[in-house]
Design a protein. Structure first.
Length: 110
C-alpha cells in the first residue's frame, strides 16, 4: 500500500538531482516513475500472491477469512493505480508551482 510513497520519493529524488535542473518537470516525473515502475508492480503482485491463498480456506472459517484477501488485493491494485496515475499528476501540478525556487534548496546568504 506504499506504492505512492515509493513513486513520490523517486520523483523528488530526481527533481533534486543537479543534472535535472534544466529539464522540464514532466520529463523528470515520467523518468522517475519509469525507474521504479517494474519493481513496484512486482512487489504489489508478490503481496497479492502471498495473501490470495487465504481466500481458499474451507470449513467454518472460510466465510470469515475470504473478505480479507479479497479486500486487501483490491486495495493493493487500487494503490498501484493511484501510484501510477494520480501521484505523478499531483507531483507535476505541485512542483510546477515551485518552478522558480527548487524544492528544499538551501537559501544562499540567509
Amino acid at each position: 500500500m506504499d506504492d505512492a510513497i515509493v513513486v513520490v520519493e523517486n520523483i523528488v529524488r530526481h527533481y533534486r538531482l543537479p543534472e535535472n535542473r534544466d529539464r522540464s518537470i514532466l520529463d523528470v516525473a515520467v523518468e522517475a516513475v519509469d525507474e521504479v515502475g517494474n519493481p513496484t508492480i512486482l512487489a504489489t503482485f508478490a503481496v497479492i500472491a502471498a495473501i490470495i491463498p487465504m481466500a481458499f480456506v474451507r470449513g467454518l472459517m472460510g466465510p470469515y477469512m475470504r473478505p480479507i484477501p479479497v479486500g486487501a488485493s483490491a486495495a493493493m491494485v487500487f494503490s498501484l493505480i493511484v501510484a501510477f496515475i494520480v501521484t505523478p499528476w499531483a507531483s507535476f501540478r505541485l512542483l510546477k508551482k515551485k518552478r522558480g525556487k527548487r524544492l528544499m534548496e538551501p537559501k544562499v546568504g540567509a
